[in-house]
Write a protein that binds this ligand. Structure first.
Ligand code: COA
Length: 149
């Protein structure tokens, strides 16, 4: 296998977050509230040993979605040289399956317009209007209900 997915630390996510998602910030400014909580899961996909895709799931509710165990996806990023090869999708599927096993029943997040097709392919739905996020651009809430086993 050339690719391997495993849980990583907040620190390990920062370089890809900074380079791919927030190039206008320093790496240390790419830490999000809750990153170091015990309930937070950071997943990384390693390709030939190099970390090329990251995703973080935080235990966080959304006011419009009643849920028993809701998780918010943040910091979904694939290294530009590795995009479009199915790696981000593989990582996200892995994270969702991991959370489903833990009885998570909702995944939601704020999606950038450019990433809409990526999330649609995974069955995520839109909620509410487009809204602007400073320095980044328009976003929409996307979500998916999971049926806990
Ligand atoms: C969005 C992102 C995480 C997707 O990761 P990726 O590894 O490139 O995605 P994949 O190769 O697994 O794509 C899975 C599917 O989505 C499609 N897809 C991915 N990004 C797409 C895009 N911007 N436009 C259209 N389709 C896209 C792929 O073509 C692929 O389709 P297929 O299964 O029919 O081949 C990555 O492009 C990225 O880091 N973008 C910049 C940061 C960003 O926008 N992150 C999301 C913040 S909300």
């Amino acid at each position: 296998m050339r690719d391997e997915i495993r849980e990583i630390t907040t620190q390990e996510t920062l370089s890809l977050r900074q380079r791919v998602l927030k190039p206008f910030l320093r790496e240390d400014q790419c830490v999000n509230p809750g990153d170091d909580l015990i309930t937070t899961h950071h997943f990384g996909l390693f390709y030939d040993g190099k970390l090329v895709s990251v995703a973080t799931f935080l235990l966080e509710s959304h006011p419009d979605f009643p849920a028993g165990l809701p998780y918010r996806l943040r910091g979904m990023a694939t290294d530009v040289s590795y995009q479009g090869q199915g790696l981000g999708q593989k990582l996200l599927r892995h994270g969702i399956e991991h959370l489903r096993q833990k009885r998570c029943d909702l995944i939601w997040f704020n999606a950038r317009i450019k990433a809409f097709p990526f999330y649609e392919k995974l069955g995520f739905l839109y909620h509410g209007p487009l809204f602007e996020m400073k320095d980044i651009g328009p976003h929409k809430v996307m979500y998916k209900h999971l049926i806990p086993r």
